[in-house]
Design a protein around this ligand. Sequence first.
Ligand SMILES: Nc1nc2c(ncn2[C@@H]2O[C@H](COP(=O)(O)OP(=O)(O)OP(=O)(O)O)[C@@H](O)[C@H]2O)c(=O)[nH]1
Length: 334
Amino acid sequence: MRLSPRVLCRAVGATWRESFPLHGRDVARWFPGHMAKGLKKMQSCLKLVDCIVEVHDARIPLSGRNPLFQETLGLKPHLLVLNKMDLADLTEQQKIMQHLEGEGLKNVIFTNCVKDENVKQVIPMVTELIGSSCRYHRRENLEYCIMVIGVPNVGKSSLINSLRRQHLRKGKAARVGGEPGITRAVMSRIQVSERPLMFLLDTPGVLAPRIDSVETGLKLALCGTVLDHLVGEETMADYLLYTLNRHQLFAYVQHYGLGAACDDIERVLKCVAVKLGKTQKVKVLTGTGDVNVIQPNYPEAARDFLRTFRRGQLGPVMLDLDVLQGRPPADADP
Ligand SMILES: Nc1nc2c(ncn2[C@@H]2O[C@H](COP(=O)(O)OP(=O)(O)OP(=O)(O)O)[C@@H](O)[C@H]2O)c(=O)[nH]1
């Protein structure tokens, strides 16, 4: 009989870390400081815009958004698109919506831009929002213009391409990539709908100049909004393991053929490396001469662990479960 990972874990009486060691990690170094320029440019285009569509990752619906968006672009009608819903555990969707409503975000939609799920709802919602707002000097203008904003790699370009597929039966207009920072050209104007005639300004991802806590930084990093090597793949893999265990998501046990769930990242990465054949022979000098030992390639194993998670192969996850349960990050700014 094959035991489920959950049973396996119980069988060995495993316990999980209560918290992740956050001290001594300098979150400021993980996030590039050049992004203010992009935000300035976006502000200068605001007078051309009827509605802001903010895209964010559905796995972190309550953290990691750039607060400057709200402060500087917040005067226009606003729709929050929580994308990558296929990768998110949305069991608590109702609670998420309530939480967001408490923050003044009433117009929220969950999407999967790879499979075009729910994307068809975006333009009708935007049209309604614009219809019930004051367009000031743009009142006479029959075409609508929306600006798509968000932190890097959340799927802004994918949303644009999906909108064009759905409404214009046209292919790619915006470059999509697996790494943050793909959209560099600020403000390309792209048509996304014929009736109503709607254009959209694509923008580069802009992170907040200061992340309020190391834990938020780690969540943003797991979602791929910052280049992995800036945080360190092994640190991220450890945070991922910590999260999966706390949430009792043990699919990694089966995926990598581990005997049981485990909270020790070194042991897990060692098994991953052996399973993937990512090991190397190194000579070690001992008192009795040279011996060859097999050393796991930890960075390679960490990269595979992260990649597998991001593809959704370890199951859907809600990285903001702690916030939803009223446990804000331990190191958050008051
Ligand atoms: N699983 C999943 N992946 C998605 C979804 N939407 C986008 N992606 C993937 O996420 C990655 C980033 O997508 P982009 O559209 O380039 O993101 P972006 O926000 O424009 O990125 P920047 O240009 O860096 O700001 C790509 O690998 C996409 O294929 C989704 O709904 N589900």
